[in-house]
Design a protein around this ligand. Structure first.
Ligand code: PLP
Length: 396
């Protein structure tokens, strides 16, 4: 029986591709440090579980398709605390930023339309483009300047008649870049010139280091009608498993369409929305604590990588990812070998080979993406494994 071309052409997630080898390593008694996936190990604030414990109803009807009122209201209040001017009725609740992106793409693009993103990009973006038969193009960013946005001319080269939107993640998965106001203004000017939407994926908004001031695209004036914000509690509150995200926009035509799509899938889960509504009332000091911990991790991984012979690395400014260049030709083979053929005192490491984060480019072949979501001690052990692994791999 048939499997659609659409499903057939989707590549398996770059982040989980090596999972069977990691499972085999564990079966063989090895401990595996997972730096391949950005699933935070930090506890979700207690308010989430308290709110669910206090849920009195015993009947779980479908909640409102757009999301429960309390969550939309509290999310809007969170934006206001950051000087982002969104009302509850401009926020639609989805199953994570992932479903948010799917509905946004369905709304703004037809088959064959093109979305422009960065190279490298968050690899799941391509999964959604393929699901909807959208084409993609990407402008290159480089580790030489911490993966900053390139010049207007460079970006403009990849725009075509078919381009309907820019899609950027800021702070960025997979590089940890944080874009300045000036960089955002550059995209704004191009979006206006070419009549494109801007989809800004800001799920890592709170993860910014070195006292850098974060500028949300929603602070930039003059693009209210073309700006669509994707958001989520997955990273902000370490609540990936709750699957709660949002589409946020002032564009009423988009909201009308989104309303049809969310109604078509009936609703997002009730209890997780109840918990999420409480999360947005958490004390802001939570972010400072979490940020301090991630800053230590960022410093550790950056310093440890710098010490390894032949590794090229930059200092990421946000999110919890770093994309070093390793002294090997094929990081997929090396990452697999670490799981199948190597251990340091019974321990090894799982990394995401970077090839799957690049479009039409071999730039990722000698890079890996590491998520610094483990504590400082485990990160140090992981980097020792990487250092020894690189030595042994070369000697084979
Ligand atoms: C840039 C970016 N956007 C979206 C997501 C998915 O978020 P969610 O868990 O809310 O679906 C991720 C997850 O890693 C991500 O890195």
């Amino acid at each position: 029986m048939k499997i659609s071309d659409r499903a057939s052409k989707i590549k398996f997630s770059a982040i989980r591709k090596l999972t069977p080898y990691a499972q085999e390593a564990v079966k063989n008694g090895k401990k595996v440090y997972h730096l391949n996936i950005g699933a935070p190990d930090i506890e979700v604030p207690e308010t989430f579980f308290e709110a669910i414990d206090n849920f009195k109803g015993r009947v779980l009807k479908y909640p409102a398709a757009a999301g429960i009122e309390e969550l939309r209201k509290n999310w809007a209040a969170y934006y206001k605390r950051r000087n982002l001017n969104f009302e509850a009725n401009e926020i639609y609740i989805t199953s994570g930023a992932s479903e948010a992106l799917l509905f946004v793409l369905m709304t703004i693009a037809d088959e064959g339309d093109e979305i422009i993103t960065t190279n490298p990009f968050y690899s799941n973006y391509k999964t959604y483009f393929d699901q909807l038969n959208l084409t993609m193009n990407a402008f290159d960013t480089s580790p030489k300047n911490g993966f900053a946005l390139p010049s207007t001319e460079e970006i403009e080269k990849v725009i075509s008649e078919k381009s309907v939107a820019f899609l950027i993640s800021n702070p960025t998965n997979p590089t940890g870049a944080v874009y300045s106001r000036e960089e955002l203004e550059r995209l704004k000017a191009l979006a206006i010139k070419h009549n494109m939407y801007i989809i800004t994926d800001e799920v890592y908004r709170e993860f910014v280091y070195d006292g850098l001031e974060y500028t949300s695209f929603a602070e930039i004036e003059g693009i209210e009608d073309r700006l669509i914000l994707l958001d989520s509690i997955s990273k902000r509150y370490g609540a990936c498993g709750a699957r709660i995200g949002a589409i946020v926009t002032k564009n009423q035509d988009i909201l009308t369409s989104i309303n049809k799509l969310v109604t078509g899938r009936l609703a997002a889960p009730t209890l997780e929305q109840v918990g999420a509504a409480a999360l947005f009332t958490s004390d802001e000091s939570y972010f400072k604590e979490v940020n301090d911990e991630y800053l230590k991790r960022r410093n550790t991984i950056y310093e440890e990588l710098k010490k390894i012979d032949g590794v090229e690395v930059y200092n990421p400014k946000g999110a919890f990812y770093i994309m070093p260049t390793l002294p090997v030709d094929d990081t997929e083979d090396f990452a697999k070998w670490l799981l199948t053929d190597f251990d340091l005192d019974g321990e090894t490491l799982m990394m995401a080979p970077a090839d799957g984060f690049f479009y039409n480019s071999d730039e990722g072949k000698n890079k890996v993406r590491l998520a610094f979501v483990l504590n400082v001690d485990d990160l140090k052990k992981s980097m020792a494994i990487l250092r020894e692994g690189l030595k042994k791999y070369k000697e084979r």
